[in-house]
Design a binder for this molecule. Structure first.
Ligand code: ADP
Ligand code: MG
Ligand code: MG
Length: 251
């Protein structure tokens, strides 16, 4: 589903290399997690995959189902099936959540060569999804994320993900200080959307999130590289002993 090879990334502004050869293969139907000390480049990886400005790929590649992701505009990446949820959801005053979602869904359908959803059809689908995710219908009418609690923003993010039906979901939850309830929401959302045709990359500091999500594969990132890969037990090892042992072992 997602194939990253030898990815090297530096900052455009400074001459600072951040990713120093990331290799990652995520199969359809699998949930991979990346953990790692602060500053190791986890968020940079998700930003580069989303097409955010300010980063320069100096070597390596990233392909989604064989298509070169790094060659696409950000909206083309979304149309190709990449979904990125970020640590800090944007507030959009004056734009109703429902309108925002419908615009996003229809832009994506258009880019995929599908017909737009009618207002009535969209309403039906969004209400059904919201109900499945236990999202209050009121939240659909409010301006995007404005005055939403942390938990509501998380629910909304999961709703966006559900509506866009991505192939590959990347969630960066590293520094967001999720409380236990918000963590459970994210985990429930991911678990509800887990499916054979869909891959997940969950970036997190917290082993606890992985208690609820149960990843298939766990990677440890340090200094711009993935230094160790294992099963869920690797997250437990980090929870119990921190990163010091793993870093020492690899060194
Ligand atoms: P993580 O998500 O693992 O905590 P980041 O990807 O946020 O790591 O950061 C990796 C390194 O790159 C850090 O040393 C950080 O300070 C630096 N960095 C990332 N983006 C920028 C930026 N826009 N300007 C300056 N330094 C940056
Ligand atoms: Mg950080
Ligand atoms: Mg980060």
């Amino acid at each position: 589903m997602l194939s990253i090879k030898n990815l090297h990334v530096k900052l455009e502004e400074e001459d600072k290399q951040i990713l120093k050869g990331v290799d990652l293969e995520i199969e359809a139907g699998k949930v991979h997690a990346i953990m790692g000390p602060n500053g190791s480049g986890k968020s940079t990886l998700s930003y580069v995959l989303s097409g955010k400005d300010g980063y320069e790929v100096t070597d390596g590649s990233a392909h989604l189902e064989g298509a070169d992701v790094l060659d696409m505009e950000p909206e083309e990446r979304a149309a190709a099936g990449l979904f990125l949820a970020f640590q800090y959801p944007v507030e959009i005053p004056g734009v109703g959540n429902m309108t925002f979602l419908r615009t996003a869904v229809n832009a994506q359908r258009k880019a995929r060569g599908q017909e737009e959803m009618s207002a009535a059809e969209f309403l039906k689908v969004v209400r059904a999804r919201a109900k499945e995710l236990k999202i209050d219908a009121d939240m659909l009418k409010r301006p995007v994320n404005v005055g939403f609690s942390g938990g509501e923003k998380k629910r909304n993010e999961i709703l966006q993900m559900a509506m866009l039906e991505p192939k590959m979901c990347i969630l960066d939850e590293t520094d967001s200080g999720l409380d236990v309830d918000a963590m459970k929401l994210v985990a429930e959302g991911v678990n509800a959307l887990r499916s054979e045709g869909r891959g997940f990359l969950v970036i997190t500091h917290y082993q606890r999130l992985l208690d609820h999500i149960k990843p298939d594969v766990v990677h440890i990132m340090s200094d711009g590289r993935i230094i160790k890969t294992g099963g869920p037990e690797l997250a437990l090892e980090v929870e119990n002993n921190g990163y010091a042992d793993i870093l020492a072992e690899v060194a």
